[in-house]
Write a protein that binds this ligand. Structure first.
Ligand SMILES: Cc1ncc(COP(=O)(O)O)c(C=O)c1O
Length: 459
């Protein structure tokens, strides 16, 4: 008889956590402040009030350990949360590993990724503050479709600047944003000063998240009824994502397991932080001791090759200065298929934890990641978004190491989205049209060196 194995560890809606966890409260050392680009002084709430509602600004700077999730947000979360935790029995078998691999699957959300976890509260707090419209950037389109969905829940208009490379590669995301009621422009566009400047110098620019952020921020800054929403990087975004880790802690405990290794992909750091922060709290409290590993693309290796310095969050230099691992705000990464990982910087919180040795980081070329994604699809039955294939590739590495050493490690990875609308990327991989432009490429190193030469001077 076939042995009955448990594949999914599920929580009921009643068991869904009702608080987000604020890692700032428990950090062993405080992170450096965010600075005003004009004065070089730490920014205050008023400096941010042109772009964000006060509730989110207060979450950005709060040191409270927990923030209650508003009922209106919990109600929308219940459309797909709690999300399932899976044991990857079939992947383990294919790898012949004694390791036990678990994945927390965020692809069950309306947009197909973790992004609605923060889009929903951001739309809620903006609507509560009387804002009528949100602007934003999007790479792969996951964030744009998440925000368009969230705006539809709270009666807000939504306007999205989508990085040109992804706009062309992934037309279905534009259609999804429009279906949710949003408006999409390819970035760089001629609708903004920032976009026109880039187009004048580089008419064929493939765009970048940094450029798209400049465009969305510029539009929001001009209209008091319009605010800007960011899908990653900032403290409040990572705070909202901690619902992932809080659920995963309950689910792993229910499976009778303690994680030895946590792996997640990092673009701006939000799915990674969202899964890891509650586990780090447990680690600092001495209740477990997992290694925590970030995985980034070797074509955009901000943690492993970037400089830890103050830099702008956008290309045009309109945002406050954040101390982070950066490749330079001017750096335009190769148009790799993991569009959500094409960001020049890294969340200040993740950067700080990396600098303090609390987390590790590795960089992976995209062909290796797609190979892991295809293996995952053929064993577990889910086609992962190109971004989390980076985490899967690193989980596979560890599982293969365990096969060699015989260790029965428990590996938990963030499967932060599905790739149903990224199939052209898989098509390109399967037909041999994907090439790697990793750090060993002298052109990449020269482009980063040039961009790092233009870091803002902070006195
Ligand atoms: C599916 C998916 N994963 C990961 C990312 C990277 O963002 P973050 O590092 O904030 O999770 C994105 C960003 O768009 C994404 O769409």
């Amino acid at each position: 008889m076939t042995e009955i194995k448990q594949h999914k560890i599920l929580l009921t809606e009643d068991e869904m956590p009702t608080r987000w966890y604020n890692v700032l409260h428990d950090l062993p050392t405080p992170p450096p402040p965010v600075l005003h680009p004009g004065t070089g002084e730490p920014v205050g709430p008023d400096d941010l009030s042109g772009l964000f509602p006060m509730d989110l600004i207060m979450q950005e700077v709060s040191a409270d350990q927990y923030v209650d999730i508003p009922d209106e947000v919990l109600d929308v979360y219940r459309l797909w949360r709690p999300s399932p935790l899976y044991r990857a029995h079939r992947l383990e078998k294919a790898l012949g590993t004694p390791a036990r691999i678990y994945y927390k699957y965020e692809g069950v959300s309306p947009a197909g990724s973790h992004k609605p976890n923060t889009a929903v509260p951001q739309a809620f707090y903006n609507a509560k503050a009387g804002i009528k419209k949100l602007t934003t950037e999007t790479g792969a389109g996951q964030w744009g479709s998440s925000l368009a969905f969230a705006c539809a829940q709270f009666g807000l208009d939504c306007e999205v600047w989508q990085v040109r490379a992804s706009y062309d590669q992934k037309p279905y995301r534009r259609m999804m944003i429009e279906t949710f009621g949003g408006k999409v422009h390819p970035s760089p566009s001629d609708l903004t000063e920032a976009g026109r400047k880039i187009l004048a110098e580089h008419p064929d620019s493939t765009g970048s998240l940094g450029i798209a952020i400049s465009e969305a921020v510029e539009m929001a800054a001009q209209d008091p009824a319009t605010n800007y929403a960011l899908g990653s990087v900032l403290n409040h975004v990572l705070l909202h994502q901690t619902i992932i880790g809080e659920e995963a802690l309950l689910q792993l405990a229910r499976a009778g397991e303690t994680a030895d290794l946590l792996v997640g992909c990092t673009g701006g750091g939000s799915n990674f932080g969202g899964l890891m922060f509650p586990f780090l709290r447990e680690k600092w409290a001495g209740r477990m001791g997992p290694a925590v590993r970030a995985v980034e693309p070797s074509a955009c290796p901000s943690l492993t090759q970037g400089t830890y310095a103050y830099d702008f969050g956008d290309t045009a230099g309109m945002t406050p200065l954040m101390k982070m691992h950066t490749l330079g705000h001017d750096f335009v990464p190769d148009p790799i298929h993991a569009g959500g990982l094409r960001y020049h910087g890294m969340s200040p919180l993740i950067s700080h934890l990396y600098e303090e040795g609390e987390i590790e980081a590795v960089a992976k070329p995209q062909t290796e990641c797609f190979a892991a994604g295809v293996l995952f699809a053929r064993t577990e039955g889910i086609v992962p978004a190109p971004e989390p294939t980076h985490a899967i590739a690193a989980a596979v590495d560890e599982a293969v190491r365990c096969r060699e050493t015989g260790e029965e490690k428990v590996i938990l990875t963030a499967l932060c989205g599905h790739g149903h609308l990224d199939l052209p990327a898989y098509d390109a991989y399967l037909s041999g049209r994907i090439v790697d432009h990793g750090w060993e490429d002298p052109e990449l190193q020269a482009a980063v060196a040039e961009a790092l030469g233009k870091l803002p001077v902070v006195t």
